[in-house]
Design a protein around this ligand. Structure first.
Ligand code: SF4
Ligand code: SF3
Length: 533
């Protein structure tokens, strides 16, 4: 292998084919990519060792699987030290499961770690199907990890990770064996998103619509980003009466909708937009930034001393808050920097000074009668789900233009960080409901699914027959598992952009087109006509 690294798991992969040089487009260096491959290979070795040894699997084994998969998600862990530590822990766990392998005089190789080059250089269709499985479970592991942090797990979900990892190393498996597992990733991810939804709502209450200011008040503040609500709660607790305000960023915005989190008066508003703007937005803020999960970009020198990480997310040199979750270093930094001397009115991408969130299934289904009536009376003619990951690539303005072009008798549901392209737009109301409704984080795709299924029941038709169009944007591996869930549910006619995954081979793409009529986005006007036609 001449290339320094090989990675093609995200939407921004070099040349739409793969990152192969000294570093990936995301900033991940070749040596880090190599350790991540070793971690994945070791996880596969662990899954092999578990086969026939299931009774020896403990909570720690399951947690290591989640951690190892999550750490390889795009923009999570750039730190060779933490990845090497993870690798040692995975190897130690395997040794516990199969202690005699190390000393065996005639090794059978059955429990060996997997060499990931065998995957990257496999036949393109096999590589494609196995990549859908691997990248899908990486995304799903992140959701299972968040649920686990709140004390929620499901043995069926946990055991599927081993099955899927085991599939990745089967060198003689073809389409017949792999395709059902690709679909099973979608099926199990639905359960996983439901589990996380349950964990979040039982812990923090049912989300309700909330208006969130983009103005940052004077005085010390902390910006918290990522997906993990539990660490926001801990930060809010530790900043009570400290004269420090807390602002959400990126995928943390939906936190404002949860009753138990909005009880904290110092959870003030939202700062900034989606992840790809962080190097610009964080450059000169007088405040620290705490990353609970992806998406972390390599920090610029202008703010490198102000970033803090926790859990799986890590960057060399950044202060990492460990198991004790003592956020004192973040708090001290906020007090030292002091914040702005006056309130500063920030705006979203389109100039709006506030955004809304909290339109999850709990709220939407509570007004289901109004929604159904609005459709029956003809005041609402179409629903669009415009959501998914954001990214840096040109062409993502499509989503802003698309939303701006939606007819006035339509409702736009959105979720994940792609919404920052348009969530400060005032689209007005329809039938007493806002035309633009933010359902939450990417995992809240579960909410969109629940609402779609409820509507299909109300109108006694299939989800595909509803006046509902899905116009999705993807970037990292959580979007992969969500897409597989939609396919598992049989949802057709999805428009996906801004570009199709590099790991989907022409044959696998033909399969998706033939069976699900999935298509790339084109331009907003053409797509709008097609969808409304
Ligand atoms: Fe390239 Fe994406 Fe992999 Fe980073 S995660 S190395 S940008 S394919
Ligand atoms: Fe965004 Fe990274 Fe995917 Fe949870 S924060 S959606 S890209």
């Amino acid at each position: 292998m001449d290339n320094k690294m090989f990675c093609f798991q995200c939407e921004q992969t070099a040349g739409c084919t793969g990152c192969t040089g000294a570093a990936g487009v995301c900033g991940k260096k070749a040596d880090t990519a190599e350790i991540q491959d070793k971690v994945t290979g070791a996880l596969i070795g662990l899954a092999r060792a578990v086969e026939g040894n299931e009774d020896s699997v403990t909570y720690e084994t399951d947690k290591l699987i989640l951690e190892g998969l999550f750490a390889a998600v795009t923009n999570v862990d750039f730190n060779n030290d933490t990845l090497n530590d993870l690798l040692s822990r995975i190897n130690a766990e395997k040794e516990k499961l199969v202690p005699l392998c190390e000393e065996c005089g005639a090794p059978c190789g059955r429990n060996e770690d997997f060499d990931m080059k065998k995957l990257w250089y496999a036949h393109e269709d096999i590589r494609s199907l196995k990549s859908l499985i691997l990248f899908g479970i990486r995304g799903m592991a992140a959701y299972a990890y968040h649920a686990d942090v709140l004390g929620y797990s499901d043995p069926q979900i946990s055991s599927f990770f081993y099955k899927a990892l085991y599939a990745v190393c089967q060198e003689d498996w073809g389409m017949e064996e792999l395709l059902p597992i690709v679909m099973e990733v979608g099926e199990v991810n639905l359960k996983c998103m439901a589990l996380l939804d349950q964990a979040n709502t039982e812990t923090f209450g049912t989300p309700a619509p909330a208006e969130v200011t983009l103005t940052v008040e004077k005085g010390p503040f902390i910006v918290i980003t990522g997906h993990d609500l539990y660490y926001l709660k801990q930060l809010l607790e530790q900043t009570i009466d400290k004269g420090i305000n807390v602002y959400t960023h990126g995928e943390m915005l939906p936190a404002h909708a949860y009753p138990l989190l909005r009880e904290y008066p110092h959870l003030k508003g939202n700062f900034g937009t989606a992840w790809q703007n962080q190097q610009k937005e964080f450059a000169d803020i007088p405040a620290p930034i705490l990353y609970t999960t992806n998406c972390l970009m390599p920090p610029k020198a202008s703010y490198a001393d102000r970033i803090f990480t926790t859990e799986v997310v890590s960057f060399p040199g950044a202060v990492h808050i460990g198991e004790d979750k003592d956020f004192s270093p973040v708090i001290e930094k906020a007090l030292e920097l002091g914040g702005y001397p006056e309130d500063v009115r920030f705006t979203g991408i389109n100039g709006g000074d506030k955004v809304t969130t909290g339109f999850g299934h709990g709220f939407v289904l509570s007004v289901a009668e109004t929604v159904v009536e609005a459709v029956k009376s003809g005041s609402v003619k179409h629903f669009f789900l415009v959501g998914g990951c954001d990214g840096a690539k040109a062409g993502r303005n499509y989503y802003t233009d698309f939303v701006k072009n939606t007819p006035e008798d339509s409702i736009v549901l959105t979720l994940a960080c792609g919404k920052y392209r348009f969530n400060d737009l005032d689209l007005g109301t329809i039938g007493g409901l806002p035309r633009l409704m933010d359902m939450g984080q990417c995992n809240d795709a579960y909410s969109a699914i629940k609402v779609a299924v409820a509507l299909s029941e109300a109108f006694e038709c299939s989800v595909n027959e509803l006046p509902l169009s899905m116009v999705l944007s993807w970037y990292e591996q959580k979007a992969v598992c969500i897409l597989l869930t939609l396919l598992y549910l049989g949802i057709k006619d999805i428009l996906l952009g801004p570009s199709l995954p590099a790991f989907v081979s022409p044959n696998v793409l033909s399969f998706l087109v033939e069976n699900y009529n999935i298509a790339p986005i084109s331009d907003p006007e053409t797509d709008m006509k097609k969808l409304l036609g």
